[in-house]
Design a protein around this ligand. Structure first.
Ligand code: URA
Length: 259
């Protein structure tokens, strides 16, 4: 084989490897968006490339993943399944060191409440008291959230409460884009286990993160949106209400829609 022939062959092999890596990358990326913890090696349909080798197309892989997700949706989870899966997930999240917030945390604040809640609240991130106690919404904003929950005839133990970030940002600063990207899969998996009928996003970060938008909370609040086939209601964050008590009325009105 001539040198130039060998080099052409090498380039072809290189191109093939790069295209396979791209397929793998797309697959892992998509699975992460669904909160998958492992690689699911079940692609079935094949296409032919120019070099007549069998390669799974990215479109087919994505289609099969969507189908798998729908299948997963159909499988009912009993309350004990949910308890078990949340426990496993919590153990995993407790070990998480994906971002720098793990260095200063006292506790991971995983989430709390009914594993089969119909209504799930999602806040921003733990503050000082949440970090110390390992439970979401236990400070002043938390006490107001408890009142909001009670205003619709429920108890904290009837709903599920979690945050976008599971660890406290220093000095309660805003979550960074990177922290959100790294922590979001934990929340997606929590939602996938609990399968609430309504998610109530509290404040800008929760609403923008779950709805993947930059729209202001003022525009998003009070309406039902769609989050992966689950109704999502956005409203103001209780900490905002502590600073702007005149807007409490708007939150009572919003929250009644989710009850
Ligand atoms: N604010 C939040 O967003 N979450 C908490 O857990 C506490 C305060």
């Amino acid at each position: 084989m001539s040198l130039s022939h060998q080099s052409t062959k090498l380039q072809e092999v290189r191109a093939e490897i790069l295209s396979l890596l791209k397929v793998l990358y797309d697959k892992v990326d998509l699975e992460r968006k669904f909160g998958a913890k492992f690689l699911q090696l079940t692609p079935t349909e094949k296409i032919h490339t120019s070099s007549e080798k069998d390669v799974t197309s990215p479109q087919l892989i994505q289609k099969s993943l969507f189908d798998a997700h729908k299948e997963k949706e159909k499988v009912e989870l009993s309350k004990s399944d949910k308890i078990e899966r949340l426990k496993e997930l919590e153990e995993q999240v407790n070990q998480c060191t994906k971002c720098g917030l793990c260095k200063n945390r006292t506790n991971v604040v995983f989430g709390t409440g009914a594993p089969d809640a119909d209504l799930m609240f999602v806040g921003e991130a733990p503050g000082y008291y949440e970090d110390v106690q390992g439970e979401p919404f236990v400070g002043r904003a938390g006490q107001l959230l408890t009142k909001i929950i009670e205003s619709i005839g429920l108890k904290r133990s009837d709903v599920y409460i979690a945050n976008i970030l599971k660890c406290r940002p220093p000095e309660n600063r805003n979550p960074t884009a990177n922290e959100i990207i790294l922590c979001k899969p934990h929340l997606i998996e929590q939602i996938d286990i609990i399968r609430p009928k309504v998610i109530c996003a509290l404040g800008t970060f929760a609403a923008q993160t779950l709805l993947d938008t930059k729209e202001t909370i003022g525009k998003l609040r009070g309406k039902f949106h769609d989050f992966q086939d689950t109704k999502l209601l956005a409203t103001y964050h209780p900490a905002y209400l502590l600073r702007n008590p005149n807007d409490k009325k708007k939150v009572w009105e919003d929250i009644k829609k989710g009850a």
